[in-house]
Design a protein around this ligand. Structure first.
Ligand SMILES: C[S@@+](CC[C@H](N)C(=O)[O-])C[C@H]1O[C@@H](n2cnc3c(N)ncnc32)[C@H](O)[C@@H]1O
Length: 254
């Protein structure tokens, strides 16, 4: 199985449904632990989106949307939202959530033991504003149009060619529109050849970080307005978690 196939598996589906829609009690049932890392897909929108910049009838794009929580959250502020992910399975489930508002699943407790759960889209969100489609963020269809917001949450370090994806963004974001890029900078050769990493390498004898390369690549078209540290928590099973801190950056299209 290649690393990319992980996002087609039932294990990834359960982890991401819990990550996107699980409650604090389901994910972190103790009084100790990194509670500030909960609700990451919603916080990518609530903490990063610059609402005052949005025009009426704003359009948003969520690239690498997985099972769609950030996409739904963008619909609180935008009249049309498109969610795109490479995983057929994730998009199938995101579409089910868009159509029905909920999806039964089971998350792992230990070994083969699971707990049944229901992923529920917050009922106040207008699901009619959203469409989900399977697609490759490095090879997007040419007729997507212009957006007022583009979100790339934890996507760039999962791409084979992150620069190719970033290169298309200036065509997708309307002048004055915003782009939110979050990344834990987890560069792995399983996903991205080291020659294409945006950070975590030495060049000409000095260390290069992801933020520096993002600035170099995006600078011709975008102005960096904000950087934030966004913790997130992915529960693998009842007693194993990934706690990470994404670097979030907000960019305005000139
Ligand atoms: C680490 S997950 C992040 C998902 C979501 N944005 C979040 O923050 O929970 C990476 C996502 O990118 C998707 N992905 C990987 N390669 C992609 C590509 N070439 N085009 C679009 N999506 C891709 C995966 O299927 C997965 O859903």
């Amino acid at each position: 199985m290649s690393a990319y196939d992980f996002y087609e598996t039932e294990r990834a589906l359960a982890e991401y449904l819990l990550f996107h829609y699980g409650s604090a009690e389901q994910i972190l049932p103790w009084t100790f632990g990194p509670a500030t890392a909960l609700n990451y897909p919603a916080r990518c929108v609530s903490e990063c989106l610059e609402i005052a910049r949005l025009p009426g009838q704003a359009r948003a794009l969520d690239l690498g949307c997985a099972v769609g929580r950030s996409t739904f959250e963008l619909a609180r502020h935008c009249s049309e939202v498109v969610g795109i992910d490479y995983s057929h399975r994730f998009i199938e489930v995101a579409r089910h959530l868009q159509q029905h508002g909920s999806m039964p699943y089971a998350y792992v407790e230990e070994g083969h033991l699971t707990t049944p759960a229901m992923a529920v889209v917050p009922t106040e969100i207008d699901r009619h504003r959203i469409t989900f489609e399977q697609g490759d963020a490095q090879d997007l269809r040419l007729d997507l149009g212009l957006f007022d917001v583009v979100l790339l949450a934890n996507l760039v370090d999962r791409l084979r060619e992150p620069r190719r994806c970033l290169g298309r963004l200036s065509d997708l974001v309307r002048s004055g529109g915003q782009m939110i890029v979050t990344t834990p900078c987890t560069w792995l050769e399983d996903y991205t050849p080291a020659s294409a990493w945006l950070g975590g390498v030495e060049q000409d004898g000095r260390p290069v970080r992801t933020l520096e390369t993002l600035q170099t690549v995006l600078d011709p078209h975008f102005t960096l307005t904000r950087t934030l540290d966004l913790p997130f928590l992915i529960r693998e099973h009842a007693r194993k978690f990934q706690w990470s801190v994404a670097q979030a950056t907000v960019w305005i299209r000139r």
